[in-house]
Design a protein around this ligand. Structure first.
Ligand code: SF4
Length: 240
């Protein structure tokens, strides 16, 4: 199963590392030039004042039409998420939608999505097919322009959607994948490496942090660390 995920365990890792080592930095944004100023527009809310109390189909509709923050202006599709709708065990919250998610309206597709599905399967979680148990959704449902990080007012506006999803799906654990999701759900502005390896809490749920699968595609040496994170999440769920 680990081989299927592309993981190499420690003994092999030390041997393979010389041949396959991938130079990578801590998964922090690397700024090589001053970025253009970010203009954050908090739209006059024309979304429901609260998403609470809606059923899943109504919530999905409300999110597609949501204009509660400025991210609505350049999105092609809001990305609600997909996966198990009943007996949900893991809620996987990722960094914001990428360009292809924005185009398709689906969460975590493409090669990174396939890696994510293999990672989940390795710990007995599925978001597709039979016996689904995981739901995958981004931390904000609309793609920030040019892939920039979502700003605090945008994260705050969209947290109402995530809260409503949790109320409906009732997961047992949250897996936060990527720096932006991890920082928002832990409330800590620390590097991802410092947020991994421990169990945080958010809205009464245990939260485990790991790398975003798109990052793992570029930085294969960190797959072993991702496996440790998945094992921590599995142990946490078994004991909570
Ligand atoms: S990011 Fe969230 S709060 Fe902002 S418009 Fe999209 S769905 Fe609404």
């Amino acid at each position: 199963m680990l081989a299927e995920m592309g993981f190499r365990l420690p003994v092999a890792a030390s041997v393979v590392a010389e041949a396959e080592v991938v130079e990578h930095a801590e998964p922090e944004p690397i700024v090589v030039a001053p970025p253009p100023p970010v203009v954050v527009r908090v739209a006059a809310s024309v979304a429901p004042a609260s998403f609470a109390g809606l059923g899943l189909p109504a919530l999905r509709e409300a999110v597609s039409a949501c204009r509660a923050c400025g991210l609505c202006e350049q999105r092609r599709n809001a990305v609600f998420g997909n996966g198990a709708l009943e007996q949900v065990q893991w809620l996987v919250v990722t960094d914001p939608p990428d360009e292809s998610d924005d185009a398709s309206g689906e969460a975590s597709g493409g090669e990174a999505g396939r890696l994510l599905d293999r990672m989940l399967l390795a710990v007995g979680q599925r978001r597709g097919g039979d016996a689904t148990s995981a739901f995958v959704t981004p931390i904000v449902k609309c793609r920030p322009p040019r892939g920039r990080a979502p700003q605090p007012p945008e994260l705050e506006a969209c947290e109402a959607v995530l809260a409503a999803q949790i109320e409906l799906l009732r997961p047992r654990l949250v897996l936060a994948l990527g720096l932006q999701a991890a920082r928002r759900l832990t409330g800590l502005a620390e590097p991802l490496g410092r947020l991994r390896g421990r169990v945080h809490r958010w809205r009464g749920l245990p939260v485990v942090v790991s790398y975003h699968p798109a990052y793992l595609l570029r930085s294969t040496a960190d797959k072993a660390g991702a496996w440790d994170d998945l094992c921590l999440a599995r142990r946490t769920m078994q004991t909570s």
